[in-house]
Design a protein around this ligand. Structure first.
Ligand SMILES: NC(=O)c1ccc[n+]([C@@H]2O[C@H](COP(=O)([O-])OP(=O)(O)OC[C@H]3O[C@@H](n4cnc5c(N)ncnc54)[C@H](OP(=O)(O)O)[C@@H]3O)[C@@H](O)[C@H]2O)c1
Length: 359
């Protein structure tokens, strides 16, 4: 392939993120070409319903009903998986793309949290890369920060608020004095909740993200099963008021840190000081705090979801020629390392037993 050859994308999924990718490819062609060193083109797309109005011009792209067929097309260099779901078509098509020798870009944290290890090994065997910046904390370039900016650090702790819907619910309960059920319903009406709301309020979505961040930060295998999970469904308005009286706010906080027993990962409601940056975090915004032995503490804050933020965080926009310079798959390190994740911490957390955090 010559240096001038276009980078040809096969885009599986035309929802919030997929249409965001289409819009960026169409509206930022010159910028992308200058930044990636080659023209970025979409050659083919796939979604379930071909007749759906997607507020984007798809007329120049081939349509594939089956995302696996899309992944195998000869005119696709990079398979972009933005369908979602940790099994089914997302997994099958990603595996097919790797087997066909394609690089993969995905925003699908569920897929990677459950199958990241196997997919990374398969990609490595093929000399391909899987990149997934947008899978964690939407528009915040936290994977890049960990793998490149902070590469000279031994990471001590990674923590943060990684699900905007939960943060919206908790901050709305606190600011409006409304009970959980009322705000939950409000969030549903506003379209903030996943089709299966438990992915959000059960802490599962945020747990997926934490497991990916932890694997990258500590060089371990992705181990979602080892994340201690507790959602926000038990947080009452009384808990929120009590916390406020003591100078704290309740956040669904993810913490990953290496302990003498191995890697500890938990995504649970925690008390954070009201005046701290995490305590001040409002609505759907995400915040990730990275602690390295040399750099100290880095705080990244920004939109954790949405069409523009998520699509703009796509690693596609940083692919460069020659191919050897395309940044390697962040999960290669965990692939080669020994799994040192501790098993799930069993202690049952009740709303009255949240531990205060320094943040
Ligand atoms: N939304 C965000 O802000 C955000 C942020 C970070 C990461 N992500 C991740 O990005 C991924 C996509 O999220 P999204 O919000 O864009 O989802 P979405 O709006 O629900 O869109 C999903 C798309 O996938 C298509 N699809 C689903 N099953 C399919 C199948 N079997 N074959 C072909 N196409 C199929 C759907 O087709 P139809 O349109 O025809 O139904 C739809 O276009 C998820 O993994 C999500 O976790 C999302």
């Amino acid at each position: 392939m010559s240096a001038a050859a276009p980078l040809r994308l096969g885009l599986a999924g035309l929802g919030t993120v997929g249409v965001g990718v289409v819009k960026i490819v169409q509206s930022q062609a010159d910028l992308l070409s200058a930044r990636t060193g080659r023209t970025v083109q979409i050659t083919a797309v796939s979604a379930r319903d071909r007749t759906k109005n997607r507020d984007a011009d798809l007329s120049g792209y081939a349509w594939e009903t089956d995302p696996v067929a899309l992944a195998r097309r000869d005119d696709v260099d990079v398979f972009v998986e933005v369908m979602g779901g940790h099994d089914g078509p997302a997994k099958a098509a990603t595996e097919a793309a790797i087997a066909a020798g394609k690089d993969v870009v995905t925003a699908n944290k569920a897929l990677l949290a459950h199958h990241g290890q196997a997919l990374a090994l398969a990609a490595e065997a093929q000399g391909r890369v899987i990149r997934f910046e947008a899978a964690v904390a939407g528009g915040i370039p936290v994977i890049k920060a960990l793998t490149e900016g902070l590469a000279g650090n031994r990471m001590k702790r990674v923590m943060g608020v990684m699900n905007g819907t939960c943060n919206y619910i908790l901050t709305r309960m606190q600011s409006a004095g409304l009970p959980y059920d009322v705000v939950f319903e409000e969030a549903r009406q506003l379209g903030y909740l996943e089709a299966d709301p438990n992915l959000d309020v059960g802490g599962i979505d945020a747990g997926h993200k934490l497991s990916l961040l932890a694997a990258i930060a500590f060089g371990t295998r992705v181990s979602f099963d080892a994340v201690e999970l507790e959602g926000i469904g038990n947080v009452s308005i009384d808990d929120i008021r009590l916390a406020e009286d003591m100078g704290y706010r309740i956040k669904l906080l993810g913490v990953a840190q290496m302990t003498g027993r191995g890697l500890e990962q938990r995504m649970t409601p925690c008390l954070v000081p009201s005046a701290s940056p995490l305590g001040q975090l409002q609505g759907g915004t995400n915040m990730v705090v990275l602690e390295g032995d040399s750099v100290g503490q880095i705080v990244l804050r920004g939109p954790g979801a949405g069409m523009g933020p998520t699509a703009s965080a796509s690693p596609l926009w940083r692919l460069r020629l020659p191919r050897s310079q395309t940044a390697s798959l962040s999960m290669r390190t965990p692939c080669r390392s020994i799994a040192i994740c501790c098993s799930k911490i069993r202690a049952k957390a009740s709303p009255k037993r949240w531990s205060g955090r320094p943040w």
